[in-house]
Design a protein around this ligand. Sequence first.
Ligand code: SF4
Length: 400
Amino acid sequence: MYPDRVVSGMRPTGAMHLGHYHGALKNWIKLQSELPCLFFVADWHALTTHYDDPSIIETSTWDMVIDWLAAGVDPSQATIFIQSKVPEHAELHLLLSMATPLGWLERVPTYKDQQEKLADRDLATYGFLGYPLLQAADVLIYRASQVPVGEDQIPHIEMMREIARRFNHLYGKEKGFEEKAQEAIKKLGSKRARMYTELRTAYQEQGKADALEQAKAMLDETQNLSMIDRERLFGYLEGSRKIILVEPQAKLTEASRLPGLDGQKMSKSYGNTITLREDKESVTKKVRTMPTDPARVRRTDPGDPEKCPVWQLHQVYSDQDTKDWVVKGCKSAGIGCLECKQPIVDAVLKEQEPMQERAQKYLDDPSLVRAIVADGCEKARKLAQETMRDVRDAMGLGYD
Ligand code: SF4
């Protein structure tokens, strides 16, 4: 019914590191060539946990966008924008809050987790409780069909789907809907109209999910329907409501986790990162001083790669021959640790080289980044406004 679209955002947390690149950005870069993508800086989300320290938001935002571009996010393929520059997100958040049961927000698993993890902050705030609803607004406002997430984010997507369903149920009613849907069926032509009616009956009376999918595919292929009739027929398949907000699907991203320099998760708070645009000397020094298997006190002591964080980086960066060389050399003390680390240094520097080059253009002329983001904000805002017109109408606020 609505075009396939991917939406994803990141909080502006400052310079991005290689953990972000392997965990999320590589996936964005792949997706941007497959589907229309909207990538946004979630600056309002940063305030839900750091409302008392907004000083870093602005610089972090620009640094992060440069990192995205450096990594290969392509503004000619994807729309890059800043959440707060599309105020319709806030409007939808407010309107959704009217009908969202409090319990839905309180039971989101990350709510209690985060409060415990960030115990040094007072997160007993209205904004923090509502952040999954703001996330829902971020996605639903673009009628996104897919949201790339890790396993831990699936409950958030489930909640977005429930919110969309509830919204359509409450506000998708239309006066004379049944008659209007019947009129729209006639516009399909006799053969398709019969097929639509049979498939709808098969789904509604016998619960045949494949009949629903077949009917949806048929509607997708039908050219001569207006947008409004199309919405009605999609809604009529499943009940007697128009579909105003689309239920997004979670697009599970392959877990491609790059460990930090100490073997723990790579994170700024653990001080174990390599940033995307870190200079050569610093990268070399950081890798060369990485801890190794404690059993290798002397060069002649054999070690075990399984007990060494360097080995985890080889898993990401090295080919099979290099990995075989590491295992053999480590266990027999045939190679030294500095020798073992060199292929990692080389691979990281090679990975960063095109990023440094791409970033330089934007560092030399920051107006280029501003222009990309301004353009992205405008495009995103147009899409958001289309949805908000329907949302306002449905909620009795379509005064114009
Ligand atoms: S040789 Fe390599 S894998 Fe073995 S302990 Fe040293 S750095 Fe780690």
